[in-house]
Design a protein around this ligand. Structure first.
Ligand SMILES: *Cc1c(COP(=O)(O)O)cnc(C)c1O
Length: 843
């Protein structure tokens, strides 16, 4: 079932690696570069501490990667027009890269070399690696997916560019004070970024505002009021099994003219600098996905800036390689990671019409060929729209083009579906300000998802259920209009970062059992299932898990001063804090268990309790009050439970602050149980679920997102599935869901809700969690009350299996064995087949 692309990448990789493993020139080059870096620092009297060693190693690695980058680009420029895959341009407002050094060293096979060098300096490798700040230019799964894709682009040798913004401040740093989240800026560039390659020669002008003028020939030209310059910074992502690399090109905004010299001479310095300050605002922050009104206009400017710079760069490269504009769409793919870059079709049309003089029909054909779009959420309130008024002010020419696209689209529809005015109103690119699309403000708005669908040749969801629901619910009208446009491509994660690097000990055990080929071909993991009952293998898995748990326990003690037992079941939920992900349901279970332990210290059946350590981590968007309240509740419960002498090791609740890629890399290998408990139909895919199972955690989860496909691949009885399914959720809601009926029927649930409402965890403060309790007993939109009973019962089944180490161990092996399909290499191979191949244009 492997695609030809995967196989081709693997066979060239084997050749390359064989020659490389014998090559000391690479090591010698690295050692020389490292020495040079250290000497330069010694010249200015800096003793090489861990920070300097980290930066020197990064700079030395970057030098080697830059050579591979040049080779890769040269090879891609030479490729024939019939190469079988278009060059992919992956546009994303978020890339959640995490740290780069350990990945680069592993890809270059230089970890051993650096380790030896560091020993000579009296330092250890892990201490140096930990000095690298996370590149946290993303909120969550969508941004991490983009990062995993860059890894797979390189690994599969796909001609590609990732395009993003070079935010000065990434995702905020989360601190906890008195149990409450406090945000502070994540100043990740403070000490410079040793990885990025500034590309001062790559500069493009991006306009905003102004007006559209019509010249004597009738052609339209945009005269912007403000012009910024986008300057490129490249970040290189290496393949692990070939010398190919992929590129993340990030744009930095500068003023087109620097200071206002007249103002400067007058002594008016703030005016003199105002253009630069205005440009710099674009570079400041990554917006949290649940952002409020503040900064909306700046966000739209960021999106337009990303799109315009990236498309100018693409066209420039295409022409520089000597290819005619007419092949732009058959040789290039422009992929929209959600609707954030949805201005791309409008900007591409503008460039082709106004700058390159193409007629409308030709420009539209090229645009439709190039563009494709991935949807990441079904929640109607999360679908991006922008006021027409904001477009008029900032992007007047784009608005004209969007109107024209819409006019032609609706005209065609009226011919195909005469008399169906409801349809045209529903699918129009413009929400005319009725009650349609969740807009009750009466303001006309541009619908970015509509623009993305109409201008794409392919639209995909990110897991089978999500893709089905997408065409049945939010995009049902479009699916009727464009029946061949919609596809599914289930997400995946890179096994290099999420198994090889995050869990070297488990990787070694797997190597010993089935060899090392799984690193390139994760489907090899299936071979483990033949050994699932092997007591030796199970013991090795358990030894590794215990060591990883010990490492996490040490960190919990260091950071929080709390002692947890490595003999307890580590029950983990780490992800953005959001009501649909139901961290609150997890907390309700913790309270229920706490009350049960106090009432029956020897267990309900006298067999004692399976000790548990519940670990939660995640950030709440700064304006998301309910999510912040959930974080506070977790801390309040933790304080009470963790210090109750009647409980002891039977139950602990730990909240680890500042969730990010690096924290995930330490927590996930230590998890026994993975909580994937979203309300069915709300989690588009999830990728955290995949990382846990790959590291030998069992999943307790709802029939939602990619949980479903994971269960199918590992065997449904290998997962602890609970709760209402999508159809039942929809049925219940349509009948009029009343959460109080569920509370009335369950005394345990009553006691849990009463404890929160009475302020049992916060010194009797009954006001603190009133909004939360009111919501649970009122609308309870995510059906926590309906799923509580089954969730708690299923947690008891988890305990029962955990009591039997052989059964638990066997299930663990089967989980890992079933995860081979969830590699981002497979995902990218499917994108190539279904979305990015030239063949997908003919279908
Ligand atoms: C994988 C990952 C996510 C996505 O997690 P979900 O559980 O799928 O929401 C978010 N943030 C980070 C840092 C990740 O590594």
């Amino acid at each position: 079932m492997l695609s030809t692309l995967l196989n081709a990448a693997r066979s060239t990789a084997r050749g390359a690696m064989n020659s490389e493993s014998a090559s000391t020139p690479l090591q010698a080059a690295f050692e020389a570069a490292l020495q040079r870096e250290l000497q330069q620092r010694a010249l200015v009297g800096a003793a090489p501490g861990r920070d300097e060693l980290m930066r020197a190693a990064a700079a030395a690695s970057r030098e080697l990667l830059a050579r591979r980058w040049a080779q890769t680009q040269a090879a891609d420029a030479r490729r024939g027009d019939d190469a079988g895959c278009r060059r992919v341009h992956y546009l994303s407002m978020e890339f959640l890269m995490g740290r780069a050094l350990s990945n680069a060293l592993a890809a270059l096979r230089l970890d051993g070399v650096l380790q030896a060098q560091l020993q000579a300096q009296g330092q250890d490798l892990s201490g140096v690696l930990e000095r690298e700040p996370d590149a946290a230019l993303g909120n969550g799964g969508l941004g991490r997916l983009a990062a995993c894709f860059l890894d797979s682009f390189a690994e599969l040798g796909l001609p590609s560019f990732g395009y993003g913004l070079r935010y000065q401040y990434g995702m905020f740093a989360q601190g906890i004070q008195d149990g409450r989240q406090v945000e502070s800026p994540d100043d990740w560039l403070r000490l410079g970024n040793p990885w990025e390659l500034p590309r001062p020669e790559l500069r493009y002008r991006v306009g905003f505002g102004g007006r559209v003028v019509v010249d004597a020939t009738g052609s339209r030209q945009w005269v912007p009021a403000e012009v910024l310059v986008a300057q490129a910074y490249d970040f290189i992502v290496p393949a692990h099994h070939s010398e190919r690399v992929s590129t993340l090109r990030q744009w930095h905004a500068q003023a087109a003219e620097t200071i206002d010299f007249q103002a400067f001479c007058r002594g008016d310095y703030s005016h003199a600098a105002s253009r630069q300050v205005a440009a710099d605002a674009l570079n400041w922050v990554l917006y949290p996905d649940d952002s409020t009104e503040a900064g909306r206009e700046l966000r739209l400017k960021q999106e337009a800036f990303l799109v315009s710079a990236s498309l100018q760069d693409l066209i420039e490269r295409h022409l520089r390689e000597g290819r005619p504009l007419q092949t732009l769409g058959t040789l290039n793919a422009i992929h929209l990671n959600d609707t954030h870059p949805a201005l791309a079709p409008a900007e591409l049309m503008r460039l082709l019409l106004d700058e390159h003089g193409l007629p409308w029909d030709e420009a539209w054909t090229l645009t439709r060929q190039a563009v494709s779009y991935t949807n990441h959420t079904l929640m109607p309130e999360a679908l991006e729209t922008w006021p027409v008024r904001m477009f008029e002010a900032l992007l007047p020419r784009h608005l004209e083009i969007i109107y024209e696209i819409n006019h032609r689209f609706l005209q065609e529809l009226r011919q195909r579906f005469p008399g169906d005015d409801g349809l045209t109103a529903r699918v129009s690119l413009i929400d005319e300000g009725g009650t349609n699309g969740g807009n009750y403000g009466g303001e006309r708005r541009v619908r970015m998802a509509a623009l993305s669908i109409v201008a794409s040749h392919r639209v995909n969801g990110v897991a089978a259920l999500h893709s089905d629901l997408m065409v049945q619910t939010i995009f049902a009208d479009y699916a009727r209009i464009f029946p061949d446009r919609f596809h599914n491509v289930t997400n995946g994660v890179t096994p290099r970062r999420w198994l090889q690097q995050a869990n070297p000990a488990l990787s070694a055990v797997i190597d010993g059992q089935i060899g090392t080929a799984w690193r390139q071909d994760l489907s090899q993991l299936q071979q483990l299932s033949a050994h699932a009952k092997d007591a030796g293998l199970i013991a090795s898995f358990r030894t590794v898990k215990r060591a990883n748990k010990q490492r996490l326990a040490d960190r919990i003690r260091r950071e929080l001063g709390l002692t947890v037992s490595v003999d307890s079941l580590f029950d983990v939920q780490i992800k953005r804090i959001h009501e649909y992900k139901r961290q609150l349901l997890n907390l309700l279970h913790v309270i229920a268990r706490y009350q049960a332990i106090v009432a029956n210290p020897d267990g309900v059946d006298g067999r004692g309790w399976v000790p548990r350590t519940v670990v939660i981590a995640g950030k709440a968007a700064s304006a998301y009050h309910m999510a912040k309240l959930i974080i506070q509740l977790a801390h309040d419960i933790g304080r009470v439970v963790n210090s109750d002498p009647r409980v002891g090791d039977r139950l602990k609740l730990v909240f680890l602050p500042n969730y990010g890629v690096s924290l995930a890399e330490t927590i996930i290998p230590a998890a026994d149980l993975s909580e994937q408990i979203s309300t069915a139909g709300t989690e588009a895919s999830g990728t955290g679920n995949m990382k846990f199972a790959l590291n030998g955690a069992l999943t307790i989860g709802t029939w939602d997102g990619a949980n479903i496909e994971m269960a199918e691949h590992m065997g449904v009885d290998q997962m602890f599935v609970f709760g209402l399914r999508t159809e039942a959720v929809a049925g219940l809601k349509s009948l009029g869901y009343d959460p109080r009926l569920y509370v009335e029927q369950n005394r345990q649930l009553q006691a849990v809700i009463r404890a929160i409402a009475d302020g049992d965890f916060c010194g009797g403060d009954t006001a603190r969690y009133k909004p939360l309790v009111d919501k649970l007993l009122g609308a309870d939109p995510y059906l926590l009350m309906a799923d509580f009973t089954d969730y708690v019962a299923t947690q008891l089944k988890v305990d029962a299996v955990y009591r039997d180490p052989q059964a638990w161990g066997e299930q663990t092996v089967r989980n890992v064995a079933g995860m081979g399909w969830f590699s981002s290499d497979r995902t990218i191979a499917e994108y190539v087949e279904r979305v990015w191949s030239p063949a997908s244009l003919k279908a």
